[in-house]
Ligand binder design. Sequence first.
Ligand code: CUA
Length: 195
Amino acid sequence: MTPPNQPAQPADQHHLSESVANAAERRWAIIVVLIIASLLAMMIFTGLHWAAMPPSRVETVDVRTLHIRGEFVESNLGTAIEKDGRVLVRLIAQQYSFSPQCIVVPAGKPVTFRGTSTDAIHGFVVGKTNANTMLIPGFVSTFTTTFPKTGEQLMPCHEYCGIGHEAMWARVQVISPEEFFAKTKASERLNCVPR
Ligand code: CUA
């Protein structure tokens, strides 16, 4: 029995609040679907427009002949001074190491990296610097950066590439430009020195 001081809810008021709630839910459902649709459209557009290429200048390389000829043969890897005076580092990533294992670069000078992969997608970042790229089989990734301070930096692989991923890393030795250019006079390719 309804207590006398509590009036029963009128039937149309109940229907009104239900239709208000339904309208609000429908409105939010439409907004969420629109957000998801626009995110998907953005992903599809950028994927097709940039053809899902590595985030650098698009340049291809034949993975099958990488070790045999061209700029990524083993004797050509590491740091070199190009004819135009640029400092250029060439490297290869494979499961689960980088070649070379240690890279020497001068501090305070622009250094250009050119790298690719022989098998899976790898990547690297050098310490806390902005040197950071993906290495994708069939593509040459390239970027130029400057290392402000001397010292040794770790260069881990940062794309999951298999069970050995967490053990895949190289080192980068940033040395003073004087020491660097004195060394380049002595040999064509630079190697790390034990410190
Ligand atoms: Cu190579 Cu992860």
